[in-house]
Design a protein around this ligand. Structure first.
Ligand SMILES: [Zn+2]
Length: 65
C-alpha cells in the first residue's frame, strides 16, 4: 500500500532525496533503519535512495510469493 502523504519515499516532499519527515507511515523509520544497516554492513551502493528502491523491490517480490 502506498502512502498518499509521501508516496513511499518517507519524505513529505515525495522526493526520494528529501528529508525523512513523513509521520503518516513507517517508511521514514524503515528507511532510517535500512540506511543504518547498510552503513553498519558497509554495503556499497550509489545512494541512500537507490538502496531503498532495491529494498522495496525485494519486499514486493517476497510479497508476491
Ligand atoms: Zn508516508
Amino acid at each position: 500500500m502506498t502512502c498518499v502523504h509521501c508516496d513511499d519515499t518517507g519524505s513529505l516532499s515525495k522526493d526520494l532525496e528529501g528529508y525523512l519527515d513523513c509521520s503518516h507511515c513507517d517508511v521514514a523509520t524503515e528507511r532510517a533503519a535500512l540506511e543504518a544497516w547498510a552503513a553498519r554492513e558497509r554495503i556499497q551502493y550509489g545512494s541512500e535512495s537507490s538502496i531503498w528502491l532495491i529494498y522495496q523491490h525485494g519486499k514486493a517480490a517476497a510479497a508476491a510469493k
